[in-house]
Design a protein around this ligand. Sequence first.
Ligand code: GSH
Length: 193
Amino acid sequence: MSKIKVYGNKFSRTPRITWCLQEVGADYEVIETPFDQLKTPEYLALNPNGKIPCLKDGDLTMFESLAINLYIAKTYGTGKIYPSNPAEEALVLQWTLWVATEVEPYLLAALLFKLGFSKDEHAASAAPERVKPAMQVLDKHLANRKWLVGDAFSVADLNVAAVVSTTQHSGVDISYAANVTDWLARCLARAAG
Ligand SMILES: N[C@@H](CCC(=O)N[C@@H](CS)C(=O)NCC(=O)O)C(=O)O
C-alpha cells in the first residue's frame, strides 16, 4: 500500500493535515508544493482550485483541509479521534462546519492583512468583534467539558483548534474567552508532539 500523499507547505493550512495524520498514526509523506506551482497543469489536475493542501490516498484525490481531516479521522481513526456513533459524528460535522463558516473567514481576514497578503484593513480591524459571538459560544460550550464532543479529544477539537489557533498569529485577542484559551493550549500541546 502506497503512502498517503499530502501536497502542501508549512506556510499554509497543510500543518493541520499532518497533525491529523500524526494523531491516527498514518504513514504519509508531504509533497513540498510551493505557492508558485499551484497553477501549473500538473497541480491543477490534482486540485482544480489551484490551492493547497490536497490529499491523495490510493484512488482518492481531494481538497478542502477540514474535509480532508474528516476523511483521515474516519478512515484511520474511528474509535480514536472519530466517533463510532451517529450522534457524535453529527456533532463532529457540526463543529467543523461551524468553524469553517462562523470563524475562519474573520480570522483569515485579520491574518492575511497582518502578513501583508491583503489590503483590506476594514475587514482585518472588524475581525475581533465579528468573531466574538462565536468565541463566546465556544467558551460557554467548554465551561464544563474538556473536549468539544464526548469525553475525549476528537477531530472536532483538531479542526476547530487549527482555525482558532490563527488568533495567535493574527493579533486577534480572545483572552476574554478563558475556557477557549485553556482548551486551545490542551489541543496545541498534542500537536506539538
Ligand atoms: N478552504 C480551503 C482553502 C485553501 C487555501 O486557500 N489555501 C491557500 C493556502 S492555506 C492557498 O493555496 N493559497 C494560494 C492561492 O490561493 O493561490 C482549505 O481549507 O483547504
